[in-house]
Design a protein around this ligand. Structure first.
Ligand SMILES: Cc1cc2nc3c(=O)[nH]c(=O)nc-3n(C[C@H](O)[C@H](O)[C@H](O)COP(=O)(O)O)c2cc1C
Length: 198
């Protein structure tokens, strides 16, 4: 059975374009993968901490030396990684905020990037350990940056996901959402066309 993991990373719980389109993409993928199981993770309400001393300390403390608090942090990270590893398809709703991804998505990445667990360094360089996934990123942007040097989001996401082994990544863009009603309508229509073609 196919498992679809949808990661919602908007900073707003209502009216988020990235979540709206991620929902539509997941529904489309469910149609084309009959019987697929869908897991939705809402990173807004997950409240993952920034990578700080306690989180880093937990990750880098050997299992047999961890405090109860550190063990709980690692268990949470392990659970997020297990959920990701169990997915065949990953749908990421990714708003552009201040030319980057949301801090919710960044925190999620910080909690799943673990040396020896999701990547490792070999004699030949780094090796991602999250393999065999199809990833879709649905981006929502107020302006239009795709294909320009100001689209720092796309190369960052490709690099990070690829580093963990997720190299099959497709992007769907809804751009110009804050450029007036016509541009916003065209942005949603264009993204929906891309979703229909998946
Ligand atoms: C705090 C904040 C920062 C934003 N920064 C950018 C930006 O750097 N570039 C851009 O094109 N749009 C920017 N926008 C507009 C958002 O990309 C747009 O509203 C998009 O719909 C956000 O996704 P969401 O609807 O899923 O929250 C920003 C919006 C907010 C609220």
């Amino acid at each position: 059975m196919t498992t679809i993991l949808q990661l919602n990373s908007a900073a707003r719980s209502q009216g988020a374009n990235s979540t709206l389109l991620a929902n539509e993409l997941t529904a489309k993928l469910q149609q084309s993968n009959a019987g697929a199981k869908v897991v939705v993770r809402n990173l807004l309400t997950d409240g993952l901490a920034h990578l700080d001393e306690s989180v880093l300390g937990a990750f880098f403390t050997p299992a047999d030396s961890r405090t109860a608090e550190q063990a709980a942090i690692v268990a949470k990270s392990d659970a997020l990684i297990a959920e990701l590893q169990a997915a065949d398809i990953v749908v990421i709703g990714a708003p552009m905020y201040n030319f980057g991804i949301s801090s919710q998505l960044k925190a999620y990445f910080d909690w799943i990037a673990r040396a020896g667990v999701t990547f490792r360094y070999t004699e030949n360089g780094p090796e991602g350990l999250v393999k065999g996934k199809k990833v879709f990123v649905v981006t929502a942007r107020g302006g239009k940056y795709h294909g320009t040097p100001n689209d720092t989001q796309t190369p960052y996401l490709k690099t990070f996901l690829g580093f963990l082994g997720m190299t099959d990544v497709s992007f769907i863009y809804a751009e110009g959402l804050n450029m007036g009603p016509d541009a916003a309508g065209a942005a949603l229509a264009g993204a929906r066309e891309a979703i229909a073609a998946v």
